[in-house]
Design a binder for this molecule. Structure first.
Ligand code: 6GU
Length: 225
């Protein structure tokens, strides 16, 4: 999978992909993440990529020309399955969306800033608008990093058995059950007996019941659909 990210703050997107599972996915050739500085596509002397909004009001708007240039250049090189715009008024990211995106070959992610991008960019190019929740960030970069992390780890071969996505929270609309490691007793608190029983059927049944209880308690909304 190839992911092209268009941003005015490329430095925000360096470390999230330079460690652990994201780095390994790239080393294995399973994901190629390319970060593009939008200012490289501005043709004015000051490399401006924003302007005052028509109709007045506080806050700048990201201009059409540099974004259009950046997207057109990428589209001339390959076909894209999705051109995503990160924006607080997009659809809220969930595991189902991540699962779908992990099946794509090539995607572009455009990070919003200021008051957002000129509506004509959204009308012309954007195929999917994503938010990561009901709060406002200073820009779309951290949200884009979250999308990339959540999607790339689902690409077959990225995770090994130990980190398998199949037992993640949300993968079956349930939160993950409690987990324990050694020692068997700490400050008088014992690991549940069933986990030491060596009986895989009992362990599986306990985990399923715990996952259900946890979900009912903390995220009853997940049990509704
Ligand atoms: Cl995608 N961008 C910004 N700026 N704020 C957000 C967001 C995105 N998702 C939630 N809040």
């Amino acid at each position: 999978m190839r992911i092209d990210i268009i941003t005015v703050l490329p430095q925000l997107l360096e470390s999230p992909f330079a460690a652990s599972i994201m780095q390994r996915a790239q080393d294995k050739g399973l994901a190629a993440i390319h970060v593009h500085n939008l200012r490289d596509y501005a043709d004015n002397k000051h490399r401006n990529v924003d302007d005052y909004q028509y109709g007045g009001g506080a806050g700048m708007v990201m201009s059409v020309e540099p974004i259009s240039k950046a997207i057109e250049k990428l589209k001339a090189e390959r076909t894209y399955d999705e051109i995503i715009y990160m924006t607080p008024d997009g659809a809220v990211l969930d595991q189902a969306m991540c699962n779908q995106l992990s099946l794509k070959q090539n995607i572009i992610i455009l990070c919003g800033h200021y008051k957002g991008v000129d509506q004509r960019i959204r009308d012309l190019y954007i195929t999917k608008e994503i938010s990561i929740g009901s709060y406002v960030l200073s820009g779309g970069e951290l949200a884009a990093a979250i999308v990339v992390d959540a999607v790339v780890r689902l690409i077959p071969g990225v995770l090994n058995d130990e980190t398998s996505a199949l037992t993640d929270s949300f993968q079956d609309n349930l939160l993950a059950p409690p987990v324990y490691t050694r020692p068997p007793e700490f400050m008088g608190m014992k690991v549940p007996e069933v986990l030491l029983s060596g009986n895989p059927k009992d362990v599986a049944a306990w985990r399923e019941a715990q996952a259900y209880e946890r979900t009912k308690d903390r995220r009853p909304d997940l049990l509704e659909d």
